[in-house]
Design a protein around this ligand. Structure first.
Ligand SMILES: [Zn+2]
Length: 225
């Protein structure tokens, strides 16, 4: 995720950690620690003050909390806790799966096994969401592959998530030092799968809806495909 300030005055614009949209925020200091560097009663320059700031998103109205140290121009996010080196979940990922994704991202640096297991759980929930409800995860993957909905690359990503999630659950022995990139790979793969299985079909469907019915029928009937 990128967190970007384009205006730090009254309504800073940055990526909201909740709705993930770039939006303006009400930026209000709720706690200030003044440094008496210029003597009692002196005016303290604003850049010499530590601040806890509450920022309320003007789109989703959720509040995030930031700490701004007086000698550092860049405030850092205190709450909600998010993993900065891992992308936020795809917006089209169902909310209950986003919650699992975010949890997997938060612990990625601490426990490969736990993160991989959660990625596996997120994949299973995704397949159930897509109506592949029967059998074990491997059966669900086989079923969606049989339906021709997966590219070769996506099939590899699904199998990697399933396999590594199993390892995380049953062994937990993968070395985080050596394999530190894997939790991020699994989560990136989940985002890519959502893009392929939810976002792209949705975009195509919206485009088709704008076409004249006769033309649409002509290009989507089975004998023309
Ligand atoms: Zn927001």
């Amino acid at each position: 995720m990128s967190t970007m300030f384009s205006n730090k005055n009254i309504q800073p614009v940055f990526t909201c950690p909740y709705c993930t949209k770039i939006s303006s925020h009400n930026w209000e200091s709720i706690l200030e620690n003044h440094y008496a560097v210029t003597g009692i009663g002196a005016q303290i320059p604003s850049h010499e003050i530590d601040k806890i700031v509450v920022a309320q998103c003007n789109l989703c109205h959720e509040k995030s909390y930031w700490f701004q140290q007086f000698d550092n121009v860049h405030p850092f996010l205190v709450y909600p806790k998010i993993a900065f080196n891992i992308d936020l979940p795809n917006n089209d990922m169902p909310r209950h799966i986003q919650d699992i994704y975010n949890e997997a991202a938060l612990i990625a640096d601490l426990s490969f096994g736990a993160s991989a297991s959660l990625s596996r759980l997120a994949l299973e929930k995704l397949l159930i969401h897509l109506d592949y409800k029967n059998g074990r995860l491997v059966d669900k993957i086989d079923a969606i592959m049989a339906d021709g909905k997966l590219s070769t690359e996506s099939a590899i990503m699904m199998q990697a998530i399933r396999h590594d999630g199993n390892v995380g659950t049953h062994e937990g022995s993968i070395n985080l030092q050596e394999d530190g990139e894997i939790p991020k790979f699994l989560l990136d793969s989940l985002n890519t799968l959502v893009d392929e299985l939810i976002t792209k079909p949705k975009v195509l469907s919206a485009r088709l809806d704008k076409l004249p019915d006769a033309y649409k029928k002509g290009i989507t009937t089975p004998e023309n495909l």
